[in-house]
Design a protein around this ligand. Structure first.
Ligand code: NAP
Length: 273
């Protein structure tokens, strides 16, 4: 009998992660002999822990907070997306070497492709709300997909300015207080702030004169106040759960050898997790 294939998710803490539920669903669905396990490693133990997983025969891991940047530093090879985003969320272990990738941009774009197939990044400028870790992946994705301009607005303007400098000419910083005017001139609006999440205040924005696709990467709750307002205004909307599900696809394929499908049953399973 072949040895089961092993992968997991490394974070600190890790109990909140939905990834074990997600990957276990696919392992069962495709009848693959494998395990995907949560692993808690403190920052001090991160590198040593990863090397132990390689010795144990793991095929790779997802990495989450607080290790996404450290993962880049211990990698032997880094993908273009991970380098440009400045963080890794997926590691592949091959022949004793660590290959780091970032699949958040892929997940964001595949979610839009699946749920808003007529939307095109190239149809006009995009407005990104927020300048944290997730914003970096989304700005990268929008530019790569052909958005002619990306406007960033953030409560702490300096953070948006650092991102604009990092991503170059087609990225512009807008004052947080100008978001209501700015949204009227864009074709894509993405909320990457944590506003709207359970336990956080709602995002305060008016979509009354907007004509754009609205996507909120917050998925807890699934229907944020932003999402509901966009729906009430007849705008195209995509919720954030699909991004979480799609970003897991490349890792699963790399570790377990099968490209998994993101479908309604998976959404239901992960929502109930
Ligand atoms: P992060 O690095 O901590 O960034 C948080 C962002 O939210 C910052 O821009 C911050 O602004 C802003 N913010 C927080 N409180 C605010 C407030 N009261 N008013 C205005 N702005 C506020 O977090 P992240 O990793 O980018 O994640 C952001 C959200 O995306 C989280 O809800 C996370 O769950 C979600 N997410 C979803 C996916 C998915 O797959 N769907 C993937 C990644 C993240 P300041 O800079 O001014 O503090």
């Amino acid at each position: 009998m072949n040895k089961p294939l092993l992968a997991g998710v490394v974070g600190h803490p890790i109990t909140h992660s939905k990834s074990p539920k997600l990957h276990s669903y696919w392992l069962k669905k495709y009848n693959i002999q494998g395990h995907y396990v949560p692993i808690d490693l403190s920052p001090k133990k991160f590198e040593e822990g990863i090397n132990s997983l390689i010795l144990l025969g793991f095929k790779g891991v997802n990495v989450t907070i607080p290790h996404k940047e450290a993962a880049l530093h211990i990698a032997h090879e880094v993908s273009d997306s991970a380098r440009k985003i400045g963080a890794a969320n997926t590691l592949y272990f091959r022949n004793g070497k660590i290959i780091a990738d970032n699949t958040d941009a892929y997940g964001f774009m595949e979610n839009l492709r699946q749920n808003a197939p007529d939307w095109r990044a190239s149809s006009g400028a995009a407005l990104v709300l927020g300048a944290g870790g997730a914003a970096r992946a989304i700005i990268y994705a929008l530019l790569k997909e052909g958005a002619p301009a990306v406007k960033i607005t953030n409560r702490t303007k300096e953070k948006a300015e650092i991102l604009a400098q990092h991503f170059g000419d087609n990225v512009e910083v807008i004052d947080w207080n100008s978001r209501n005017e700015c949204v009227q001139s864009v074709k894509t609006l993405v909320n990457t702030t944590s506003l709207g999440m359970t336990g956080q205040p709602d995002l305060d924005i008016s979509l009354s004169n907007a004509d754009c696709l609205v996507t909120d990467i917050v998925y807890n709750p699934l229907q944020t106040a932003l999402f509901k307002q966009a729906k009430d205004n007849g705008l195209m909307t995509v919720d954030g759960l699909g991004m979480l599900l799609h970003q897991a696809v490349p890792g699963f394929q790399g570790w377990f050898g099968h490209k998994p499908e993101v479908d309604a049953a998976l959404r239901k399973t992960v929502l109930e997790a």
